[in-house]
Design a protein around this ligand. Structure first.
Ligand code: FES
Length: 197
């Protein structure tokens, strides 16, 4: 994984599409083809679903892929991370995810089809900055009781490891869960809805 916790600032993100082994369907080899497309074809490709191989994503790590010009984060959550989410309902504004910031099939405690994988658009719901991963459960300058999650440096919004926004922060909503579905235990498509659940 080349892209970890380094992204800072508005819309600045690195795309690890080609670093997930055998990963995203549209890799570097596809670039000349894309460059030769007509504008309408390019626009269609830019909005196309993105397939990702998660087999090399280690527990506790995050990978970023680009979908419709946006960074989509996939975090492989450990048991400790899932436990931290379960204990964090009191700190977040919408613990039951009642606002529709996720598809129906991801409206559950972990905001996910599979608890192990968080899939969210990595754009702050305040003014569009890219939050920073702060996965360790430890005292932070912005929260002495930090449970792990994401910190937006622009105006201080916090999100937990389910992408749920903390109370009394500028961001109004949880991070968006994009449409997605699993092709197998470790292959996922971003941009197509799951038929299940
Ligand atoms: S853009 Fe994230 S807190 Fe303002």
């Amino acid at each position: 994984m080349s892209e970890k916790d380094t992204d800072q600032g508005k819309r600045q993100f690195l795309v690890a599409a080609t670093t997930v082994a055998g990963g995203v369907a549209a890799g570097a080899a596809a670039v000349p083809f894309v460059a030769s497309m007509l504008p309408s074809e390019r626009a269609k490709a830019a909005g196309a679903p993105v397939e990702v191989d998660l087999s090399t994503l280690a527990p506790g790590e995050r990978v970023t892929v680009e979908w419709q010009g946006k960074p989509v984060w996939i975090v492989r959550r450990t048991k400790d991370m899932l436990d931290a989410i379960r204990g964090n309902d009191g700190n977040v504004a919408d613990p039951q995810s009642k606002k529709k910031m996720q598809p129906a099939y991801a409206t559950n405690e972990m905001r996910a089809i599979k608890d192990e994988y968080l899939v969210v658009v990595g754009i702050c719901t305040h003014l569009g900055c890219s939050p920073v991963s702060k996965f360790a459960k430890q005292a932070e300058a912005f929260d002495p009781n930090w449970q792990g999650g994401f910190y937006c440096p622009c105006h201080g919004s916090l999100f937990d490891l389910a992408g749920r926004v903390y109370k009394n922060k500028p961001a109004p909503d949880n991070l968006v869960v994009p449409p997605h579905k699993y092709l197998s235990d470790t292959r996922i498509v971003i941009g197509e809805d799951s038929k299940g659940a």
